[in-house]
Design a protein around this ligand. Structure first.
Ligand SMILES: *Cc1c(COP(=O)(O)O)cnc(C)c1O
Length: 424
């Protein structure tokens, strides 16, 4: 098969109808699948034959979307989940047992910090946070014999810092462990972390992939490149008793990780997406390339406008030459970063609130990364559970406003910001 360009993959990958079949991906609203004999169904239960048996584990509508996202990222397989949080959970729980440890960048999404610091801790899985700008030596020092993975976000939500994927991939691989990247903000349109050495990618598809703020979802994508037989991951090379002794690396080769994640973790945890939501996600993916391009163009314009406004104390957007991460953005995000701009207003928290309340087009919502321009004050909302120290480590100052630039006409967005700044 010839490799299509990414814009074509957004439209064409995943669902390939045969003669006389529906042109558009159908919604298979069925929990179950019929087989002619118990023997055939039994083979599915032993993972000896491919096929669907129960929608908690797989479904034809969901599978088409998984195949599309896998193609967009350049992976060997993908697994859709009911939310981005569930995707992160599946990856960490696939790799860590109680007593294990992992390393994560400190600049990550607040919900992920909670999951790592509070909930996983309750189950005996420990995390150490590292400053993503630390030297290789400092990062290596955080890796212990029981460390099972390294985790980071390509563009940190909402700090907007760019993660040095290659640096972290080298460190992880030297230690014989995989690098897991949350690629939610750039999407595969702007960055494909596997090309820089990442081993597993996750997304909150709730954001740009769905793009319309109408369905929660997550996805895990496997590059197929990590060597699970290196001695550090016995559960990949030893028989799985829950599947009559299947050995994941032997039976599934490059797809060992994504198969194990599905047939063990998705089966047992049940955080599966609905076929209806997978259909909506697929619609979003069909225009992902167009929307991401416009989000980036609009955000660049807004960021430049904010830089030149005297009520604004600072602006952070990876596409600005003044950004600390401009060089990293040129390397990892040459086509653009994303539609989210973070900035501070002179006068701190009070002025930030007044500014936000004065906006007319942009709405105060918790969401980011959909078609509508929206705005949020993380320190008092999404990240309010973090301590001041954690806020600083996550790159969030009390005056930080996170603005998610939509795909309206940028002149209307800028006029709205201008009139709200004028009220200060
Ligand atoms: C929103 C978000 C998540 C969590 O995803 P949900 O779909 O809300 O569960 C994880 N990572 C990043 C970067 C996010 O922005």
């Amino acid at each position: 098969m010839s490799e299509y360009r990414i814009e074509t993959k957004c439209i064409q990958e995943g669902y390939k109808p045969e003669n006389g079949q529906p042109r558009v991906l159908p919604i298979y609203q069925s929990t179950t699948y019929k087989y002619d004999s118990s023997e055939q169904l039994g083979k599915l239960f032993d993972l000896e034959a491919p096929g669907h048996m129960y929608t908690r584990i797989s479904n034809p509508t969901v599978e088409a979307v998984e195949n599309k996202i896998s193609a967009l990222e350049g992976g060997v397989g993908a697994l859709c989940t009911s939310s981005g949080q569930a995707a992160t959970q599946i990856v960490i729980m696939s790799l860590c047992n109680a007593g294990d440890h992992f390393v994560a960048a400190s600049t990550i999404y607040g919900g992920t910090i909670n999951l790592f610091s509070v909930t996983f801790k309750r189950f005996g899985i420990e995390v150490t946070y590292v400053d993503p700008k630390a030297s290789a030596e400092e990062i290596k020092a955080a890796i212990k014999p029981n460390t099972r993975l390294v985790f980071g976000e390509t563009i940190a939500n909402p700090a907007m810092s760019v993660f040095d994927i290659e640096k972290f991939a080298n460190i992880a691989h030297e230690a014989g462990i995989p690098l897991v990247i949350d690629n939610t903000f750039p999407t595969p349109i702007n960055c494909r972390p596997f090309e820089f050495g990442a081993d597993i990618v996750i997304h909150s598809t709730t954001k740009y992939m769905d793009g319309h703020a109408c369905s929660l979802g997550g996805v895990v994508v496997d590059s197929g490149n990590f060597d699970w037989t290196n001695g550090k991951f016995p559960e990949f090379v030893e028989p799985d008793e829950s599947y009559h002794g299947v050995v994941y690396t032997k039976n599934f080769g490059k797809a060992a990780f994504i198969t194990k994640a599905r047939v063990q973790l998705l089966r047992d945890l049940g955080c599966s997406p609905s076929p209806q939501n997978a259909f909506l996600l697929n619609l979003g993916l069909e225009t992902l390339h167009l929307r991401v391009e416009r989000h980036c163009e609009n955000a660049q314009n807004v960021a430049e406008f904010l830089c030149n406004n005297e009520s604004v104390s600072w602006v952070n957007y990876p596409g600005l030459k003044s950004s600390d991460d401009y060089e990293l953005a040129q390397k990892y995000l040459p086509k653009g970063s994303c539609g989210v701009v973070s900035f501070g207003i002179k006068g701190g928290r009070q002025a930030a609130m007044k500014f936000m309340d004065s906006l007319k087009l942009a709405a105060i919502v918790v969401h980011v990364a959909d078609a509508r321009t929206s705005v949020l004050h993380p320190a008092s909302t999404t990240h309010r559970q973090l301590s001041d120290q954690q806020l600083v480590e996550a790159g969030i100052t009390p005056d930080l406003i996170r603005m998610s630039i939509g795909i309206e006409n940028v002149l209307d967005i800028i006029e709205d910001i201008k009139q709200a700044l004028a009220t200060l």
